[in-house]
Every structure is written in C-alpha cells, then in structure tokens.
Design a protein around this ligand. Structure first.
Ligand code: ZN
Length: 233
C-alpha cells in the first residue's frame, strides 16, 4: 500500500499546527517539521549533521542542498513505514519541490499531495496582531485578545506571572505584511509546480470551527489518496 506524503502549506496563524496535532492523535500520521528534521540530523552526526551544526551555530540559513539531503536521509532511515507523513516547512522552493519529486520517484511507494490552509490576509493579520506574549523569558505565556478562552484577564499583564505582555516583533502589522508576501510567493510557486505535475492540491477553509476543519482535512486527504503517481518533469 502506498504511504501518503502530505505537503502542508498555510500562512502563519492558519492553525496548521493544531490540525496536524489532531491528526497525529487520532489517525496513523507522523508530523514532521523541517526544523525538527534538521535537529534530528544534527544529533545523528556524520558529515551532514556536522554541516547543519555549523550553519546553525553561525546563525546562517541552512542551504537547500543540505535541507534536501536531510529529508532524503530521514525518508530512507527514520520515517515510519506504517504511517502517513505530514511534512511541514518542506518543500518551500521550486528547487526543493523538484528534489522531493525525484526522491519519491527513487523511493517509490509514496503518494504525494499538497494541502493548502486558506485564510484571507486580513484574517491572518487580525489573528497575529492580536497575539500577546509574556515578556518574562522563563514564563513565555501566549495569549490572544480575539479568543475569550485565550485572552488575558488584563490586556497588558500576564495572568500567570504578572509581567507586562508584549507583541512579538514579527507580529507587528508591518512584519506581518512582509511575512504574508513571502508566504504567497512560496505558496504560489509550489501550487503551480504541483498542479503542472499532476499532484493533487486540496484547499482547506480554516475559518470554520476546528472540528469541522479537521473533518475537511480528513476528507481532503482521502480524495488526494486516489492520485498516486507523479508525472515525470
Ligand atoms: Zn508570564
């Protein structure tokens, strides 16, 4: 039986992480973020692990070829064989997508699809700019002014430790605009690539209540699994 490999794509604040966690808890899914894969590979050591360690230590971005080799090494040696895979943060560029396609052709047995979490820019901005984090490093509590259950009792003070709340520097309106621009460029390039190569691209409207989003998620993956083959590029 083919193993499903799901490329997750969604703007910040779209609840990708929440839905993935639900999938892992309820269904035979493994969720991996590229950040965790790089940490895993660094801990494994070897030439590749040492390279990652060097890039991370010097605060540099890990280059495409190292990211690609890490994903390949994980798929070959560590990825569970009895679960479907949710891939988060990879591929992010057309070059990475091409590399993943050729990897899957070599490995065989995977049926790929892409899942797009859709949320309007206005809603993303509304969600992110309403987020507050505790300024006390050891506490780090996160709040949302939009959600009754996640709101602090006082908009500017942490419930847990009493420290002032702040807006994360990448959640300001200007920073969010930049993040969205980058996101759309990446998402459009990947969507085009996968559509050109006959890979199913499913869209998920994430404005609904989270249980409904999860049901849609399951239905989308079921529909995806009927598409099994990558067309050669
Ligand atoms: Zn706090």
């Amino acid at each position: 039986m083919n193993q499903q490999l799901v490329v997750l794509m969604g703007p910040p604040g779209s609840g990708k992480g929440t839905v993935s966690q639900m999938a892992v808890e309820r269904l035979p899914f493994e969720h991996v973020s590229i950040g965790n894969l790089l940490k895993w590979q660094a801990a494994e050591g070897g030439e590749l692990g040492q390279q990652i360690d060097l890039f991370v230590r010097s605060g540099k971005l890990v280059p495409d070829n190292v990211v690609i080799d890490t994903v390949r090494s994980w798929l070959l040696s560590k990825a569970p064989k009895d679960k479907d895979l949710l891939l988060d943060g990879f591929p992010r560029t057309r070059a990475q997508a091409v590399a993943l396609t050729s990897m899957l052709q070599d490995l065989a047995g995977f049926s790929p699809c892409m899942l797009l979490f859709e949320l309007s820019d206005e809603e993303v901005a509304r969600r992110l700019t309403s987020r507050r984090v505790c300024s006390h490093k050891q506490c780090g509590a996160v709040y949302s002014l939009l959600d009754e259950q996640l709101a602090p009792r006082n908009d500017s003070v942490c419930d847990r430790c009493g420290a002032p709340l702040q807006i994360r520097s990448d959640d300001t309106a200007d920073a969010v605009r930049v993040r969205l621009k980058v996101y759309h460029e990446q998402a459009d390039a990947l969507k085009d690539y996968y559509q050109q190569h006959g890979v199913a691209v499913a869209r998920l409207n994430v404005l609904a209540p989270v249980e409904d989003v999860f049901d849609d998620f399951v239905a989308a993956l079921r529909a995806c699994s009927s598409v099994k083959v990558f067309k050669n590029s």
